[in-house]
Design a protein around this ligand. Structure first.
Ligand SMILES: [Zn+2]
Ligand SMILES: [Zn+2]
Length: 84
């Protein structure tokens, strides 16, 4: 009699990473291998703030402006400074 049945919960829905597009400034959940922005098509996805803070907090907030909770950097809706 085997008591330790292996639970097959290898299928997880949360295999996504929150990333920010430096071109349009939108936060969204991507697969870890994604490189291109879903909305504008730029390959400018950032996986974390310059201070190293991941963007998990950004996906639950839908406000127009966000700040990094670690370094206080402001995320604006559009980052015009990143225009090529
Ligand atoms: Zn974009
Ligand atoms: Zn930061």
């Amino acid at each position: 009699m085997s008591d330790d049945a292996m639970s097959d919960d290898a299928v997880r829905d949360d295999a996504t990473v929150p990333m920010r597009c430096a071109a349009c400034g939108r936060f969204r959940a991507y697969a870890p291998d994604d490189r291109y922005c879903l909305l504008c098509g730029h390959d400018a996805l950032e996986i974390a703030c310059a201070c190293g803070r991941a963007f998990n907090y950004a996906l639950v907030e839908t406000g127009a402006s966000l700040h990094c909770p670690r370094c206080g950097r402001a995320w604006r809706g559009r980052a015009s400074e990143f225009d090529p």
